[in-house]
Ligand binder design. Structure first.
Ligand SMILES: [Zn+2]
Length: 419
């Protein structure tokens, strides 16, 4: 999800998962299949065929039929691929329970994940298995990891839960205990020199490895003992990277094990980094409101107006907004207008459309010409207006305030608007 339109693709992905989450089978009969990159299609097909055979043992006749039908659908879709896409492939299929008893529709969903998946899963459950995809959603930011002690240094990149080791080097620095016969002062001096050379080398690798990572959010340094602090405090890091060191953590190990420890220990910390950013963004907006600078606005109509006048610097959208933008046209007089309705009320709105009077001519001949998720519509407008988009979760007090007190839609403006 590191493309230019990251907030929108992230949002679409999230809404798709929410849609899938609502699907339920009448029995244990919804199929989820995760195929990682590199897996051969023929191998996955073989496994699915054998699952189809096993499903023949299911006692309930309806469930058995539904499971086997779903597996057939998955295999049909899988067959359309010559090879597994670079990020893997996820297929869901099953008979979704309808409102009426015994009535359900077979539905199939094929998803190419936005980031590589590493799991090979087959699941048959009451619902689709979405957790690995939700994990990807949480995982779009990149971090650098350095695990270092006086003997070795390991460089890794972290995206979500996935840490990739980029390089491992050894120090060549002699141990703390000198060999017999060496003068201790000379030994210390030599050790210092080696250590300095080693730190410089680490610094160069850091530049080489991390300076080029797009959207690097920060660097976490770990390791046993005080070497990591000595390195961070010294003047060995490129100035752009120096600002990115977020935290230093103690680990028991170095190398690959040390990197794993860093990942485990920083999970909560990294979550708090994003929350911190979100709070800052909302607070920036609130300061404008509080000081009445005229450089902020909120509310759906107001923000849309500001976007249309190319006056939005930052568009703040709460992830909790569940609204749709509906475009109507009167068949009598040609009058066009837009309405914003709750996503949950959209169906009822469409059903009642025939009874709505046109605001211009009073006839009851509205037709719906377009409907769009409000967030999607706003993000598209923001793109046209060259505004930054910030999706804000409701996990912080400020995020909750944005949703509850400001309707989840707000903007920091470029210039004051004359009302
Ligand atoms: Zn009309």
């Amino acid at each position: 999800m590191s493309d230019e339109n990251a907030p929108l693709s992230r949002f679409r992905f999230q809404r798709m998962l929410e849609m899938l989450e609502k699907k339920e089978g009448r029995g244990t009969e919804l199929i989820s299949v995760y195929v990682p990159p590199g897996k051969r299609i023929s191998e996955a097909m073989g496994d699915l065929r054998s699952e189809w055979g096993t499903a023949g043992n299911i006692k309930s006749k309806t469930t058995r039929k539904n499971v086997q039908d779903a597996l057939t659908k998955v295999m049909e879709r899988l067959k359309l691929f010559k090879e597994v896409p670079e990020t893997g492939l996820v297929i869901f299929a099953g008979t979704i329970a309808g409102n009426q008893l015994g009535v359900g529709d077979m539905e199939t969903f094929v998803i190419v994940p936005p980031e590589p998946i590493s799991t090979y899963y087959y699941r048959c459950e009451h619902r689709f298995m979405l957790e690995p995809l939700y994990e990807l959603l949480r995982a779009e930011e990149s971090y650098g990891i350095l695990v270092v002690d006086s003997k070795e240094a390991t460089f890794a990149t972290l995206k979500g839960r996935r840490a990739d080791i980029v390089r491992e080097i050894t120090s060549g620095v002699p141990g703390k205990h000198r060999a017999g016969g060496q003068s201790s002062r000379r030994f210390e001096r030599l050790r210092e020199m080696h250590l300095n050379e080693y730190f410089n080398r680490i610094g160069r690798y850091m530049t080489e490895i991390f300076l080029g990572v797009p959207d690097l959010k920060g660097i976490i340094v770990g390791g046993p003992g005080p070497t990591k602090e000595d390195f961070v405090k010294g003047n060995y890091l490129h100035y752009e990277l120096k600002d990115k060191v977020l935290t230093v953590v103690d680990t028991a190990y170095t190398g690959v094990e040390g990197v794993k420890e860093v990942v485990d220990r920083s999970r909560d910390f990294l979550k708090s980094v994003r929350y911190y950013e979100e709070r800052e963004i909302v607070q920036g907006f609130l300061r404008h409101i509080g000081h009445d600078t005229g450089l902020a606005t909120y509310g759906e109509r107001e923000v849309i107006q500001a976007l249309k006048s190319i006056n939005v610097r930052v568009l703040l959208l709460s992830e909790g907004v569940r609204r749709a933008l509906v475009r109507l046209r009167c068949k009598g007089c040609g009058n066009e207008e837009t309405r914003i309705v709750d996503l949950d009320g959209l169906e009822a709105f469409e059903e009642n459309l025939g009874a709505m009077r046109c605001r211009e001519c009073g006839n009851e001949v509205y037709e719906l010409t377009d409907k769009e998720d409000l967030i999607e519509a706003l993000v598209n407008m923001a793109e046209e207006a060259d505004a930054d988009v910030e999706m804000i979760s409701a996990h912080t007090e400020e995020g909750e305030m944005l949703l509850k007190s400001f309707g989840g839609v707000a903007a920091v403006l470029r210039y004051r608007q004359f009302q």
